[in-house]
Design a binder for this molecule. Structure first.
Ligand code: PRX
Length: 633
């Protein structure tokens, strides 16, 4: 949706909340449906039961691929830049991407995949990852992409939860100086996963892998087989609007990640609409999102959102700091990138390398910038604006979640007046409210509270896979008739929203969501650990760091060795992304008489704010606090 003025945005916003169904009807009509819907929306937040565009039939890949072929088949759909700058980049036009998706869809079918099957994808950031995702969608299989940094145990948990029957992976992958042994990790995971009957392995790093007879097949061999079978076409499976499109696991406040479920119709409408609206995307612009497809940002804003709008999306295999901290700027110059969408942690990290390296590159092609994942602090905002945008590019600070499917609160580029540190105003169709602890709405401006959404939007999660009750409890039971985001938020005098961070036990480390309970479970698996408590603390680059208080009376006499052992355990159980930054050994934890850990106190100690611990009189053993304070790292 394009806007020419802020006034116009405000009018459309008002209309969208007064007549939401009419608003979404109009938005949805710009997509290709095989059959239109009978009802725009049926909903209640109690169960919750949410259905958008019921009765409609579609396939999302026809919107992302087929519908662009006639007029824009030769336009680049995906530009891929490898990890190593000396390796050649690749460009796939819409026509080429369509053909490759069809081919791989046929590979999936040849390997027994059918509509409704769950397929786990564990791949490096290569175009074949996008192809695999789209091929699943084309045949109506449900993809569950697992980020390449998760451990064998995490993958096994996700495969078992979704009962996947196929895994798509690669021999290995590259990220910076690291070689990721993807197939070998999958082999370890599959020891626990009898449901998996086939593993399709792409050649990327050509590291040695063990291919198990009858189970493992090479991607390239399978493609050759379908080439000899004749037709490169694969008709898209007809899906109901509310059929499942994918599952993506995300951390919450319990020990077990949950599978957030998105459905075909609503998610398509929402990602396409929000992509075009927030970035005011114009045909022909080169759009570079630095996220990994293993996270929701990559799903919604590398694959589905941009492709449904016929955009050119640039995907990058590597990391911003290798071979040096000019890597992103080099890519911007090389491909004349117009829109750069990245994360605060990357901005802060690159900022720390100074501006000389930035000045080496021509960034004049940039017209719009974006940020996601955590609050973009003002210092980083200004650096991004001045050094990268040269003061002429709006920064869209997009607030949203795995569960929301797409942007919720975000400036509209070149339309919404910007305020550093603020995600700004809700996009048309989104109805945020702030509530106090009792769920009472906090009205007016210049207030803070817990951020909820009071009306459905098409991209919202429908359930958590295999456990609807958990979905209800996590998001819809805290406050009656509201979706609770888990975020604290301030609304200033102009009605602008500023996200202040999670109010639950979820950490946001480098824009990645990590549940403290999950990390505690992993630490507690270590043989010498009796108990642990994990909290976050402010970290200059990562936003939040992970601080673990650990009771380990019989540990090795060398504390550092025990620390390393614990880190190894966390890496094995969850993955390197969840490794604590600090581990403090303690003899006890501050607990109430009912045995509840008082995290508030631990958080203060981790933040270095030991002077203001508040009331400790309700603790079972207040003495433990002094000891922890003294040993703080
Ligand atoms: O706390 C908010 C933070 O990231 C959480 C969602 O994490 P995840 O589901 O992993 O999705 C990340 C990418 C959408 C939110 O609850 N968050 C996300 N974007 C912002 C943000 N916090 C502040 N400002 C943002 N722009």
């Amino acid at each position: 949706m394009k806007f020419t003025s802020f006034e116009q945005y405000k009018q459309v916003y008002q209309h969208s909340i007064i007549h939401p169904e009419q608003f979404w009807d109009d938005v949805a009509k710009s997509f290709y449906w095989r059959k239109p819907w009978e009802n725009t929306l049926n909903w209640n937040f109690t169960e919750p039961d949410i259905k958008w565009f019921q009765g409609a039939k579609l396939n999302i890949t026809e919107n992302c691929l087929d519908r662009h072929l006639a007029e824009n088949g030769d336009r680049p759909a995906i530009i891929w830049e490898p990890n190593d700058p000396t390796e050649a980049h690749r460009v796939l036009t819409y026509k080429q991407l369509h053909d490759k998706v069809c081919q791989f869809s046929n590979v999936l079918k040849n390997n027994g995949a059918k509509k409704g099957d769950r397929i786990c994808i564990y791949m490096p950031m290569v175009p074949e990852l996008a192809i695999a995702v789209l091929a699943c969608a084309r045949i109506g299989a449900v993809h569950s992409v697992v980020f390449g940094g998760f451990s064998a145990q995490s993958i096994a948990d996700r495969i078992k939860d979704a009962e996947c029957n196929i895994v798509i992976t690669a021999d290995g992958g590259f990220r910076g100086t690291k070689d990721l042994p993807l197939k070998s990790v999958i082999d370890d995971a599959l020891v626990q996963c009898p449901s998996v009957k086939k593993v399709i392995v792409l050649t990327r790093s050509r590291t040695a892998v063990s291919m198990i007879k009858g189970r493992d097949v090479w991607w390239e061999d399978e493609i050759k087989k379908v080439e000899t079978q004749g037709s490169p076409e694969c008709p898209a499976e007809e899906m109901d609007a509310e059929d499942m499109l994918f599952i993506l696991y995300t951390s919450g406040s319990t020990g077990k990640p949950k599978g957030v479920v998105h459905t075909c119709g609503g998610y398509m409408v929402y990602t396409g609409y929000t992509f075009e609206t927030a970035f005011q995307y114009q045909q022909g612009e080169v759009y570079f999102c630095t996220a990994d497809i293993g996270w929701i940002t990559g799903h919604s804003y590398i694959v589905y959102g941009p492709l449904s709008q016929g955009a050119t999306a640039l995907m990058f295999e590597g990391v911003p700091t290798w071979p040096d901290a000019g890597r992103l700027w080099e890519i911007v110059e090389k491909f004349k990138v117009n829109i750069l969408y990245t994360a605060p942690t990357a901005i802060r990290s690159l900022m720390s390398f100074g501006t000389d390296i930035v000045k080496k590159y021509d960034l004049s092609s940039l017209t719009k910038l974006g940020s996601v994942g955590e609050p973009l602090n003002e210092e980083a905002w200004h650096w991004f604006d001045e050094q990268i945008g040269h003061g002429k590019c709006p920064i869209v600070d997009t607030w949203w979640q795995t569960e929301t499917g797409g942007f919720m609160i975000s400036p509209v580029a070149n339309v919404t007046p910007l305020k550093p540190g603020y995600a700004g105003l809700p996009l048309p169709g989104v109805q945020p409210i702030l509530v106090d602890e009792n769920g009472k709405e906090i009205e007016g401006n210049g207030v803070s509270g817990n951020l909820c959404i009071k009306f459905p939007w098409p991209g919202m999660l429908r359930t958590t896979y295999g456990d609807h009750e958990r979905c209800r409890q996590t998001y819809f039971s805290t406050y009656a008739n509201l979706y609770f985001t888990g975020d604290g938020c301030l609304r200033d005098d102009d009605g602008y929203y500023r996200i202040t961070g999670r109010v639950d036990d979820v950490l946001n480390v480098s824009g990645h969501r990590i549940g403290t309970a999950e990390v505690e479970n992993a630490i507690n698996m270590h043989s010498s650990v009796v108990e642990s408590a994990v909290v976050g603390y402010p970290h200059d680059i990562k936003g939040q760091g992970v601080y673990a208080f650990v009771i380990s009376p019989e540990r090795h006499e060398d504390d550092d060795l025990t620390r390393k052992d614990i880190l190894m355990t966390v890496t094995r159980i969850i993955g390197a992304i969840a490794k604590p930054d600090k581990i403090q050994f303690v003899s006890g934890l501050p607990k109430t008489r009912s045995g509840k850990i008082m995290r508030r106190i631990l958080r203060k100690i981790a933040e270095g704010d030991t002077a203001n611990l508040g009331d400790t009189s309700t603790l079972l053993d207040p003495g433990v606090v002094d000891e922890i304070k003294e040993g703080a790292l």
